[in-house]
Design a protein around this ligand. Sequence first.
Ligand code: C5P
Length: 222
Amino acid sequence: SKGIKIAIDGPAAAGKSTIAKMAAEKLGYTYIDTGAMYRALTYKALVRNIDINDGDYLGELLQQTEILLVPLQERQAVIMDGVDVSEAIRSQNVTTNVSTVATHTAVRQLMVEKQRKLSEGTGVVMDGRDIGIAVLPDAELKIFMTASVEERAKRRHIENSKRGISTSLTQLKAEISERDRIDSEREVSPLRRAGDAVLIDTTLMTIEEVAKKISELAEERK
Ligand code: C5P
């Protein structure tokens, strides 16, 4: 069989992408990082000095943008209009502005369309905020992954340190909370747990424990 669809949603820095990547690798499925797509558009808008509150304009900009998620030497690269923006889309400036870009209907409609196309005919693990409800409502397995904001800030802090970026824990906590607030309060597809999603609170779990839990659930539904 070509595989099932797995949707992983949850608040910022809950470990979704780490776990989604591991699950995809184990199952031989495609991993689709939808946050990276919103980040890529945000990066393009910032570079061009475009008003991030102008949803219609951002929608048009997205229409003229090619975003590819390609496996490249052990990692997943994000190629926008032929340029590798994998690093650039993780910048503080993008992180601060991405949730505003993601509030707009015109942007979301087109993103959902692109994401559905990417999942056609193949087993996928897709992570984001609206996957279980809006992008893949028929996914065989839906996970809603959370952790306390303290734990999420702590994990992001460690991850950043490894990448040579120094950020204060307090600042990270504030940034994560603000992103969660905008993502949960927006009108179009706000961050919500789908009724049929399995809730996994990872606050007291290791990565290995979460990965094991998800691969067990995936086996049951294959
Ligand atoms: O997953 P990541 O933290 O990289 O996502 C960045 C931002 O993109 C989120 O905070 C959210 O505003 C937006 N996003 C979204 N819907 C998705 C994925 C991400 O609105 N499916």
